[in-house]
Ligand binder design. Sequence first.
Ligand SMILES: [Zn+2]
Length: 209
Amino acid sequence: MSESLPTRVVPLEAGASAENPPCPACGEPLFGWLDTQLGLAGPVRRCESCGLGVVGGDASPEEALRELDRCGDEESVRFPNRASYACALGSAGWSGIEPGARYLFTVEAARRLVARRDQVVKRSRWLPGASLAATCQTLLNSVTFGHNVALAALGRARAVPADEPWKRFIDGLASVVLAIPALAIALPVELAGAIFGRGAVVALRFELL
Ligand SMILES: [Zn+2]
């Protein structure tokens, strides 16, 4: 009879270092995720535990909480979900990445952050219209030169336009011609997202303990 060796378990904290600073929401180390040129302050790290994305260095819980409040107010917020299927599908092309973004939230990261001021998530809701638009845009970002061109044209996001006029023309054309095919793919992605809590855009309502 073979004898199995005990599985060695290394806590995530063991990975913490200057390269992997602690997550401002849950304290676990952040790991490198994306190095993208989309008007961001630096490379993007992510937390493997709560899913929070952090752009650049010097993250703090206070700042993250202030940024979360900017997604609404101290009682309710809405944000692109970094734990969504759309984000997993799009990676650097995910429409939730916008110029100037600092924190990329998940429901779990928001829950951890508001717990610091004795709040709990009372209600978490998938926003169907905004989610479909965000996932369509994520898919379109994979074929356009610029980033978030269609959503910006609708006044729903900040774009990173292509550098040349002809590229911007192609991007505009592609966004119109491919809108329906993108919607056909986005629909099942978002229906699954709604069922499994991985929708592209979510709204949360908080309540004091
Ligand atoms: Zn975390």
